[in-house]
Design a protein around this ligand. Structure first.
Ligand code: NI
Length: 137
């Protein structure tokens, strides 16, 4: 961690009360820690918007009995082999699979892969977790 600096923040009482209530509900021990996380969250959103190198995960839920679906998902993942750093496949029950695809690379590529997977027939749900390589935050 770099050198710490202190600065004052002026807020309306009602907004500060809401902030304190929010951070208590999220188990922060103090305002500084909560504020640091909020700032990082905004910086990470900016990394994604500006097409920087990011890290993240795409989760998929699908029924592996659907014809050709598994082959299609594999083909697409091979097209993005530079972006995908790891995948985990979990057999949730007799029909449903959960796949977690960890990605690292350009944000636009991660978004593109997520959009392609989402649009495939038979995929029940996808979620893109927009995270960071951690280098810039
Ligand atoms: Ni499975």
């Amino acid at each position: 961690m770099g050198k710490l600096f202190r600065f004052g923040v002026s807020l309306e009482k009602t907004l500060l009360d809401k902030f304190d209530k929010l951070i208590r509900s999220r188990n922060y021990t103090n305002r500084s820690e909560a504020l640091r996380d909020l700032i990082r969250q905004e910086l990470i959103k900016k990394e994604w918007r500006e097409g920087k190198e990011i890290a993240g995960a795409i989760t998929l839920i699908y029924d592996h009995h659907k014809r050709e679906l598994v082959n299609k998902l594999t083909d697409i993942q091979h097209d993005f082999h530079d972006l995908i750093i790891s995948t985990q496949h979990i057999h949730l029950d007799h029909d449903n699979c959960l796949e977690i695809i960890a990605v690292k690379g350009k944000s636009s590529e991660a978004q593109k892969l997520s959009d392609i997977l989402k649009a495939i027939k038979g995929v029940k749900h996808t979620a893109l977790s927009m995270s960071t390589t951690g280098k810039e935050v």
